[in-house]
Design a protein around this ligand. Sequence first.
Ligand SMILES: Nc1ncnc2c1ncn2[C@@H]1O[C@H](COP(=O)(O)OP(=O)(O)OP(=O)(O)O)[C@@H](O)[C@H]1O
Length: 243
Amino acid sequence: MLRFENLTIGYDRHPAVHHLNAHIAKGDFLALVGPNGAGKSTLLKTILGHVLPIEGHVEFNGIVKSDISYLPQSSAVDRRFPMTVGQFTGTGLWYENGPFKRITADQRERIQLALAKVGLKGFEKRTLNALSGGQFQRLLFARKLIQNAQLLLLDEPFSAVDEATIEDLMQVLIEQHQAGATIVAVVHNSDLVRRYFPQTMLLSRELIAHGPSNEVLSADNINKANSVALGAIHAEVCEVKHD
Ligand SMILES: Nc1ncnc2c1ncn2[C@@H]1O[C@H](COP(=O)(O)OP(=O)(O)OP(=O)(O)O)[C@@H](O)[C@H]1O
């Protein structure tokens, strides 16, 4: 589905991730793991085209950008926007409706269904600022659900939410996966990764390991990831070959 070919990514030529060669296959249920600053969010943003490679490229096989749905870190979403839960969920349909088309009865039903799936049935008329943190995260999931994307990219979807919310939202992801979606999620909790994610990609400014979660999350690999991160607080400007 996606192949990273000698991919170096970062900002102002300061690389966040060096020379990554790896692939994400259709049907993967993959945790993206690594210490703070490892380049996980940057990799998701590169897949989306928001950050351009310094070197190398991302190859797309059988999907286009509009097949991808992205859930940013929830701190990146402004909750003061004067909207109801129902309206906000409906904004997930922008790619079907464009800016002007009205929501159809069928789409309204999809919105209700998505809200019910994440445990927000009956919340349609509430405003965004009247939701708790966990309820808002459920809402962000509902907005993604109605998009029926082939590839779901989620950046720390479980930070700052309680156990019950994590369990509910994991079930939502599992259902999406069973329906054919490929899932890639940045997750910090390694117990959660071991419990739910069959595959892990461990990054620490370079690929440390990629494969079955239990093998990737070995003590050796985690120590290596942490020591690379510690040694890399002041990254050098990347040497890029020019023809
Ligand atoms: N907009 C930006 N401009 C410049 N540097 C950035 C920018 N965003 C991130 N970085 C830097 O790129 C590196 C990788 O950051 P990134 O956010 O991808 O890491 P991460 O693995 O997602 O970390 P965390 O777990 O803390 O969210 C860090 O050194 C960070 O400071």
